[in-house]
Design a binder for this molecule. Sequence first.
Ligand code: PEP
Ligand code: MG
Length: 651
Amino acid sequence: MLERKAVVRVREGLHARPATEFVKLARRFSADVEIVRGGKGANAKSAVKLMLLGVKESDEIVLRAEGPDASEAIEALSNFVEMEQLNEPGARTGAPASGAPAAGAPDAAGGAADSASLRGIPASEGEALGPTFAFFPAALEAPRRALAASEVEEEIARLMRALGALGAELAERGRAAAGAEDSLIVEALGEIARDVELAQRIEARIRAGQDAVWAACDAGEALASEFAGLADPYLRARAEDIRAVTRRIALALLGKSDASLADAPDGAVIVAEEVSAFDLAGLALDRIAGLVCIKGGATSHVAIIARAYGVPAVLGLDVEVSRMRAARVVALDGAAGEVAFDPDAATTQRLRARIEAGARQKAALQAYARIEPRTRDGRLIEVAANIGSLKEIDAARTAGAMGVGLFRTEFLFMERRRPPGEDEQTEVYGRLAEAFAPWPVIVRTLDIGGDKPAPGIDFPREDNPFLGWRGVRMCLDRPDVFKPQLRALLRASVRGNVKVMSPMIAEIEEVRRVKQLIDECRAELAAEGVPHGAPDFGIMVETPAAALLARELAREVTFFSIGTNDLSQYVMAADRLNPRVAHLNRPDHPAVLKAIKMVCDSAREAGVWVGICGEAAARPDLIPTFVAMGVSELSMSAASIPRAKKCIAEI
Ligand code: PEP
Ligand code: MG
């Protein structure tokens, strides 16, 4: 037996995706390979075992191999673990919905349906109206049969045939989805179906006398519980995958197949209690008009896939299954989170007209994407994009974005084992700056906390998370998290026009402390001889305190960007996520508009410019008011840019 020690350099360790890659590599060799960490070993050809071993970056491991190509296997696998991989291929991307539905926007007025509409979580914007396709897979009911000793070998052979068939089906679906956002999900599920650990656990139960279906269900549930108990949210989510795969194994053994979304007719709206990534993966989603589910949230895999394909979706809808099943037609507004089952004729007609008008309008507005948006009296207003990942760059440029007015960096930090390092952040911000140069790219420092925790940062449980340890408050307490981001921003600023902006500012001292940290980072980089720039520094005005102190704060910064989503919720004391108080949470409320005016007046006196990056920036009914108040930049989701430019040109 050959043995070699190695130190793991794979960023974030051998969790989901790298574990799959590692196992694929190990399977190329005929040698048996074991990976040992802290005295515990795992078969290197089982992704399931490997993930449960929990190998982290910087861990010391031992690789053991036995067989004809043992030395080549050890060489290849130790190279793999010792190679630092900056980017995590397949990391989940796609910006979760901001949590601020475009409620009240003129084109969303009234939501999906006025007749008996329900509200769920806005998961993917757009409107849909179509026949329902009810997707309610039956509960798996299988008799538990104790095997006679003579039946065991045949039962194991039956299991192996079922595993082989499922593996082939997933491979086929993986090929169909190749290159698409969800092909990695299919691949990960296929790995589980082929996993030796899972097969061995089922086989052991069969040998103990359980029939194959019973054994598969039990083994799958036990394994899923092990994953569900892990601290790492990435790995916890694998429990769902294991349940989905073992369900398929059991069905195959029973000679049944599940209801399939592939049977949904073109233009149907899928209604379901729950849809898994497995169900959606590899389907031609452009045929589907919409999706409505009782379970799920804005950041679930399903929401991410729906957004990636532009399928309007409302998840987390509080409704009886029976009502869903009984509905024949469903209307939904994915931006407002509204759903109406069997809408009346007037609602149907209105929605149909809106969908058609929306498509026509979108085509006509594209002509405005490339114009320079000036008011008739000659004022140029910059119309920029709000984005959350580099994947959105192309859409923003196509829409005519004049830079980025808000880069939400929290999405880089969420759904990872620990915060991204300084080098990785430098690369992301640098690429963003290059993509839009010479236009500015305003990168917001981490606005995480409250309802959006990030692994690697210990968040306390809070009774009022939106009034808690959020944004700059957390950052100032955690220089170990904050300084690498500031250093990365200083370094990236040599590659374009980077501006730095801090969220949730409530007092002057916070601004001074951020500036002091930036100075400290600059001095460190200079001492280290690392090239860096001197980006402008501004703040978000999104707390009533910042609006009231705008005059004083203006002396400390070069710009303000008004976050109307939070400013509305804090001025009106109305939770932005609570549909019951949505009528109060309005950026066009006189109280909020007065606060915005106050900020603009103070900024003008101090000579700093003001932008708006909350959802209200895209509202044609408010843009003229904002421009009249002195706002010179509006930042919004890419899809709204052409309409905003047209609106400015008409002022
Ligand atoms: C805002 O509060 O208006 C804003 C733009 O920030 P976020 O929606 O990310 O809180
Ligand atoms: Mg905000």
